[in-house]
Design a protein around this ligand. Structure first.
Ligand code: NAP
Ligand code: MG
Length: 404
């Protein structure tokens, strides 16, 4: 086909590691480049190049997203002690996702990809539940101490003018114990609220939020107040026009309602709730390989990725020449989401439409019974076939060509 779909602004492309790096190249070659005159600025976030550039490449990629607006990222290795040895690293480089998130100040939205034949553990969840996790503060930036018996622990706040105020946390009379200090900032909570509300509008879904504000009358209450203020002042009219709702309830009530729901909304969670609940929701939908993830910044930047890692075990088999059946769907959806968003922002309906068609072709292939091993084990279709990654992509390519 000579009449390829045009792009205008380049997409920020961040390559990665191991099996997902192999899949990355295949997805481009077999599914995107045949149809799109692909225009990207390329950053190699593979661990070797992070080492070679002293990790500057990660920061440069994040800055490119701030410049161009939309990025797509392959899974990357977050080094640990073994990786330092394996790759001969000079230092244990930080998580690229953490670095990018700190620069973009965003919220991560994770949503399952739902296909016929794979029934969630909660069978009523027929639509996706998108978990939005606040990625700053609380227990993740805590300060904690052991307290010996007889210790007395107070909160001390020193204001800018030097005045102090104190509050007793606990007097540890007769027993030792523990204490923990946590914080958050209004700025970060405002950003979180705006990212969630923008994303709800973007995707036309209701927004739910829950905290424990009945018990935590200052800390959790602040989250609720900020969400309600942002909603009333900036979003209420837009939500009404879009026919969607913002719904606040106690976190316990939220959890109970989530289980009884049929999905189809965004669930905004405080940092710890989001950490725990996103794993529960992902597992209940079936597979991490069918979970997409997008970082949305309050300034309107987007970074799309798969929620899973680099699938190291499959990569070692691949290196030995053994057949692998790694699921490419989440990586493919990252590309689809990024191209769709690029098309929307640039006013290029053909490009946006291509993103949608990529997703349709992937779902159609699986629903036709052609799938990788992870899904084969889950699918309850009568006629199903387990294929390797490349065969899946080729099968998908045929279905894509029929609708593009
Ligand atoms: P992983 O790559 O998510 O894989 C864990 C297991 O989940 C795999 O062994 C495989 O199970 C299954 N799996 C995950 N994705 C799959 C897919 N697309 N298709 C089929 N099966 C899939 O996690 P990991 O092995 O713990 O981590 C490997 C590396 O990824 C680490 O270095 C970590 O730092 C990095 N990581 C990166 C990101 C990111 O960049 N966003 C996120 C998480 C982890 P079976 O072996 O049973 O088939
Ligand atoms: Mg977790």
């Amino acid at each position: 086909m000579s009449d390829k779909i045009e792009m205008r602004t380049p997409l920020v492309e961040m390559d990665g590691d191991e099996m997902t790096r192999v899949i990355w190249a295949k997805v481009k070659e077999l599914l995107i480049e045949p149809h799109v005159a692909l225009n990207t600025v390329y950053y190699d976030l593979g661990l070797k190049n992070r080492e070679a550039t002293g990790d500057r490449v990660t920061t440069e990629a994040a800055e490119a997203i701030r410049k161009y607006g939309v990025g797509v990222k392959c899974a990357t290795i977050t080094p640990n002690a073994e990786r330092v040895k394996e790759y001969g690293l000079t230092t244990m480089w930080k998580s690229p996702n953490g670095t990018i998130r700190a620069i973009l100040d965003g919220t991560v939205f994770r949503a399952p990809i739902i296909v016929r034949g794979i029934t969630p553990f909660i069978p009523s969840w027929t639509k996706p539940i998108t978990v939005a996790r606040h990625a700053y503060g609380d227990v993740y930036k805590n300060v904690e101490m052991d307290v010996p018996e007889g210790g007395r622990v107070e909160l001390v706040r020193t204001s800018a003018d030097g005045t102090e105020s104190r509050e007793l946390i606990h007097a540890f009379d007769g027993t030792a114990g523990i204490v923990q200090g946590v914080h958050n900032t209004d700025g970060s909570i405002y950003s979180f609220a705006r990212s969630c509300m923008s994303f709800a509008l973007d995707t036309g879904q209701d927004l739910w939020f829950g905290t424990k504000d009945t018990i935590s009358k200052t800390y959790d209450r602040r989250f609720r107040d900020i969400f309600e203020a942002v909603y009333a002042e900036e979003y209420a009219d837009k939500f009404a026009d879009a026919g969607i709702e913002f719904f606040y309830t106690l976190i316990d009530d939220a959890v109970a309602r989530v289980i009884r729901s049929d999905g189809g909304y965004i669930w905004a969670c405080k940092n710890y709730d989001g950490d725990v609940m996103s794993d529960m929701v992902a597992t209940a939908y079936g597979s991490l390989a069918m979970m997409t993830s997008v970082l949305v910044s309050p300034d309107g930047y987007y970074e799309y990725e798969a929620a899973h890692g680099t699938v190291q075990k499959h990569y070692y088999k691949y290196l030995k020449g053994e057949p692998t059946s790694t699921n490419a769907v989440a990586t493919l959806y990252a590309w689809a989401g990024a191209l769709r968003k690029r098309g929307e922002l640039d006013g290029l309906p053909r490009l946006a439409d291509f993103g949608v068609k990529l997703e349709l072709a992937a779902v159609k292939t699986i629903e036709d019974g052609i799938m990788t091993g992870d899904l084969y084990a889950l699918s309850n279709l009568d006629r199903k076939e387990k294929v390797d990654t490349e065969t899946f992509l080729l099968e998908m390519g045929q279905r894509l060509s029929a609708i593009v």
